[in-house]
Design a protein around this ligand. Structure first.
Ligand code: PLP
Ligand code: CA
Length: 304
């Protein structure tokens, strides 16, 4: 095996790469911001790319907000030229999948935050209303006869009853089983951890004996959404920039894009090198082509 990839680049190499590519896909958390704090220099990078006529889109597995909320968040954090059309979240892409790909012929049972439900509503997807009866149990709760899909995303109000209801709906083999994303956990400040959608999906996979179809990264579907909304997207002209090997780098590889790991987030360069040196060839799809410390390393390339 050739030890390809994981190339730490700087200065003129970054400049050449930015000139060579015309379509930039950025993961959000860990690349553009940490929660409510923008990564230093990121706003300038994004506006410089846009001003140079590059296409810039954002590809996030965070399914908890509808796209308008992202526009507001970008603005709030100093990204003043990001528009709705540039935002591809796992909630938005799940709505597109249900509406345009499977054309779901009934209601969707959603495990997720209100933001996910709002995104589905905007796409005209009917969701089961959650009855707020704290005493209901799986023995006596109502089940809707019209549920044709179960969609699991991050849900900070997850309950045993939701898990049980979803398991009942999935007894019907015609009922689709979708997950917004399969992220296992997310880092919080102070060393805390936020369990991700993947942890809830795993519970339901065990309970139902079925496997979910994943919409978000590393699945190719988000790239198909981008390709269908931007004319003439050529994978060879794209650069996927992310902070997590198992989602972002694999997503890029799955879609035939060059990939860049930035070290401001979850994954460390040592993990990437381990995957690169692994004799299991499937691990090589997790290896970034390029590595930078932060996307702020792009900034000198914009100076004349
Ligand atoms: N899902 C949730 C609930 C999150 O809080 C986060 C990160 O904060 C993510 C997903 C990952 O988002 P991204 O794909 O932008 O890194
Ligand atoms: Ca990320």
């Amino acid at each position: 095996f050739g030890f390809k990839g994981c190339q730490k680049i700087r200065g003129p190499q970054i400049r050449n790469l930015l000139e060579a590519k015309d379509f930039f896909l950025f993961d959000c958390d860990g690349v553009i911001w940490h929660g409510e704090n923008a990564i230093t220099g990121a706003a300038k990078v994004v506006s410089s790319l846009i001003r140079r006529g590059k296409n810039v889109v954002f590809v996030t597995n965070n399914c908890t907000r509808p796209r308008e909320n992202y526009v507001h968040k970008f603005y709030r954090l100093g990204f003043t030229d990001v528009m709705l059309e540039q935002i591809f979240s796992s909630s938005y892409c799940s709505a597109l999948y249900l509406r345009d790909v499977v054309k779901v012929p009934g209601q969707v049972f959603v495990i997720g935050c209100d933001g996910l439900r709002r995104e589905l509503q905007e796409a005209g997807i009917p969701c089961v209303e959650e009855a707020d009866d704290p005493d209901a149990t799986i023995y006596d709760c109502a089940l809707s006869p019209d549920v044709k899909a179960v969609l699991v995303g991050h849900d900070d109000k997850m309950t045993f009853l939701k898990l049980a209801k979803a398991s009942c709906y999935l007894k019907d083999p015609e009922c689709l089983f979708l997950a917004t994303d399969n992220d296992p956990w997310h880092p919080l400040s102070g060393g805390r951890v936020l369990p991700g959608s993947g942890s809830l999906t795993a519970a339901l996979e065990v309970a139902s004996g079925r496997k979910a179809t994943v919409i978000g990264k590393p699945s190719r579907f988000m790239f198909e959404c981008i390709s269908s909304q931007f004319r003439g997207v050529d994978p060879a002209q794209c650069l996927m920039v992310g902070d997590r090997l198992e989602t972002d780098m694999l997503f890029g590889s799955n879609c035939g894009l060059d990939t860049m790991l930035t070290l401001t987030g979850v994954s460390q360069i040592e993990e990437a090198q381990e995957y690169r040196n692994s004799d299991q060839t499937t691990n090589h799809s997790l290896v970034p082509d390029y590595v930078v410390d932060t996307i702020a390393d792009f900034l000198p390339a914009f100076e004349e």
